[in-house]
Ligand binder design. Structure first.
Ligand SMILES: Cc1cc2nc3c(=O)[nH]c(=O)nc-3n(C[C@H](O)[C@H](O)[C@H](O)COP(=O)(O)OP(=O)(O)OC[C@H]3O[C@@H](n4cnc5c(N)ncnc54)[C@H](O)[C@@H]3O)c2cc1C
Length: 157
C-alpha cells in the first residue's frame, strides 16, 4: 500500500537489530532524502551468535563457494595455534577457530567464519573489506595493534 512502510522484524527479512536500523535508514531516505537507498545496498552482512567465545560469520561458506564452482583456497587455523595472535591466550580464552574462503583468482574474500574472542568485532572488519572491494592480502598485510585479536588476519590469511 503506498505510503505504508514495514520496518524491522515485521517485514519478514533477516531478524537483527542492525537490519531494523538499516530499514529505518531506507525509509528515512525515502521520506526526507534522495530515495536512493535500498536493501540491495546490503552487501556482506555479518552475523554473530554471542556464545563464549562468540561465533561470527559473513559471506558464503566453503560448501556454498564449491556449489558456485568458485576457484578458492581455504585458510583456517585453531586460535590456540596462531602464534602472532596472543590476545585470546592473555584473556584466558584461546578456544575456537578461524576460517576464510578466498577466491584464488582475485584474492577476494568470499566468506569468513570466526569462533574466537572478539569475533563480533573482527567480522565487521572483514565485512568492511569485502564491501569496499578489498582483498585477503589487504587484511593479511595490514599493520594492526598488538596484542589484538585483529592479528588473526596476519596469522591465518
Ligand atoms: C532473545 C533474543 C536475542 C536477540 N539477540 C540479538 C542479537 O544479539 N543481535 C541482533 O542484532 N538481534 C538480536 N535479536 C533480534 C532483535 O532483537 C530484533 O531483530 C530487533 O529488536 C527488531 O527490531 P524491531 O524494531 O523490528 O522490533 P522490536 O524491537 O520487537 O520492537 C517492536 C516494538 O513494537 C511494540 N509493539 C508491538 N505491537 C504493538 C502494538 N500493537 N502497538 C504498539 N506497539 C507495539 C513492541 O512492544 C516493541 O517495543 C534478538 C532477539 C531475541 C528475541
Amino acid at each position: 500500500m503506498p505510503g505504508v512502510y514495514a520496518v524491522g522484524d515485521i517485514n519478514g527479512g533477516p531478524q537483527f537489530t542492525y537490519i531494523s536500523f538499516d530499514d529505518h535508514r531506507i525509509v528515512l531516505d525515502d521520506l526526507l532524502g534522495e530515495g536512493k537507498r535500498t536493501r540491495d545496498d546490503r552487501v556482506a552482512v555479518p552475523w554473530c551468535a554471542f556464545l563464549n567465545p562468540p561465533l561470527a560469520s559473513v559471506g558464503i561458506s566453503e560448501d556454498e563457494a564449491a556449489k558456485e564452482d568458485r576457484e578458492m583456497r581455504v585458510a583456517k587455523a585453531d586460535i590456540a595455534k596462531i602464534a602472532v595472535m596472543p590476545r585470546p591466550k592473555i584473556l584466558g580464552n584461546p578456544a575456537g577457530m578461524a576460517k576464510f574462503v578466498v577466491d584464488t583468482k582475485t584474492d577476494e574474500i568470499l566468506g569468513a567464519t570466526l569462533h574466537c574472542v572478539d569475533s563480533q568485532e573482527l567480522i565487521n572488519t572483514v565485512a568492511a573489506v569485502m564491501r569496499l572491494g578489498g582483498t585477503a592480502a589487504d587484511l593479511r598485510d595490514g599493520i594492526w595493534t598488538h596484542p589484538s585479536s585483529t592479528e588473526v588476519f596476519n596469522g591465518v590469511l
